[in-house]
Design a protein around this ligand. Structure first.
Ligand SMILES: CC(C)(COP(=O)(O)OP(=O)(O)OC[C@H]1O[C@@H](n2cnc3c(N)ncnc32)[C@H](O)[C@@H]1OP(=O)(O)O)[C@@H](O)C(=O)NCCC(=O)NCCS
Length: 337
């Protein structure tokens, strides 16, 4: 019998949970297959996509493959936009060879371009064969906030002491006085006053477009303790950022500094660090950087590059020919939650 592709419905969540747990060999308590997280990821409304963002391939009434879509709209420096997507929670039952690849190809057809940041070893092996090409690197930076606390909080292993020594030797730089022109204000949700910043007129590179609704959707992520902040420069709107916390780790899921000036990014990054430090349980902060200006701001604040992953792009119509580097954030995929 042929396989059919359909959008996942609420009633499919238990079967999807089981498929993901079986294929990825998750422990039943693993958050990745938590139904609440899957509902938020795929069934809660998001701008830029109609209906469910999760798709299954079904054969004889059985789900044999799954792929979830994270929709992205690239805003180009000259003002045009290009739709794109990245696929999350890609899984296929080994008893249906090729089902995973078939579904992946069908999801790729849903947008003119698609991208993969990093990806599991199997994904990295397969995607060059289906038209993806390397389009740059994504750097993951980390900043030590409280290495001693992290050492005491996390289960000990062979790396714990080395990690502690590294953390004590390379703490983030706390620049309270310097970052004064840049302040942060905590918000329970974002509102339309952010719109001029989201329009991105001052950003001279390609970025993933956001709406106020996108940011408020992010704040609802059930897996992390989420906090939203506005950035102000000398009292005027200057950007925003969203922090999410999972146990000892804080993640900068999304941020924008409404400037292309390096010193603004450095001082705004200092303000982000100060906001992260307000949480007494925060031990470390993780940030994705795909832009030199952001990497330099992070390094100036004492963050270190923990690892580098390839960015792969499928762009058959060359819509993004001159668009890279693109500013991606942890929100553009699911590696932050
Ligand atoms: C990735 C996955 C969805 C692919 O599903 P599928 O297309 O049904 O899988 P298949 O076993 O038919 O493999 C498809 C192709 O990938 C290749 N492949 C499969 N596993 C591989 C691996 N670990 N490394 C390299 N290539 C691999 C196969 O050889 C096959 O190539 P071929 O057509 O030339 O023979 C499935 O292997 C899976 O669920 N893996 C575990 C979950 C995972 O790691 N997901 C990706 C991270 S998001």
């Amino acid at each position: 019998m042929t396989a059919t592709l359909r959008a996942t419905a609420q009633s499919d969540i238990p079967a999807l949970t089981k498929l993901l747990a079986r294929v990825y060999k998750f422990d039943p308590s693993d958050f990745h297959s938590n139904p609440r997280l899957l509902e938020w990821k795929y069934l809660c409304r998001r701008t830029g996509w109609d209906g469910s963002r999760s798709y299954v391939l079904e054969r004889d009434g059985e789900i044999v493959a799954h792929g979830g879509v994270c929709p992205v709209t690239f805003r180009l420096p000259k003002g045009g936009t290009v739709s794109s997507l990245t696929i999350m929670d890609w899984a296929a039952d080994p008893s249906s060879p090729g089902a995973g690849l078939m579904l992946y190809r069908k999801l790729m057809e849903m947008a003119p371009t698609s991208f993969v940041i990093g990806g599991a070893p199997v994904t990295r092996q397969i995607i060059p064969r289906i038209g993806f090409r390397r389009a740059g690197d994504a750097l993951t930076y980390a900043g030590w906030l409280r290495p001693w606390r992290e050492f005491r909080t996390r289960p000990r292993n062979g790396r714990s002491v080395l990690r502690l020594l590294h953390g004590l030797a390379h703490p983030v730089h706390i620049r309270r006085g310097l970052s004064e022109p840049w302040e942060f204000v905590s918000v329970s949700e974002f509102d339309d006053s952010l719109q001029p910043i989201l329009n991105g007129a001052r950003r001279t590179w390609t970025f993933c477009q956001r709406t106020v609704a996108d940011l408020n959707y992010l704040l609802q992520c059930p897996h992390l303790k989420m906090r939203g902040f506005l950035l102000r420069r000398q009292g005027l709107p200057g950007g925003y950022f969203v922090l999410g916390k999972s146990d000892w780790e804080t993640r900068l899921l999304d941020w924008v500094v409404d400037s292309d000036d390096m010193s603004d990014w450095k001082l705004a990054c200092a303000a982000v660090t100060n906001a992260a430090l307000l949480d007494p349980e925060a031990c470390r902060i993780r940030v994705l950087s795909t832009l030199p200006i952001l990497s330099q701001a992070l390094a100036w604040n004492g963050y270190w590059c923990q690892y580098k992953e390839p960015i792969a792009l499928h762009d058959p119509g060359d819509a993004l020919g001159r668009a890279f580097p693109v500013s991606f954030q942890l929100f553009d995929g699911d590696s932050g939650y």
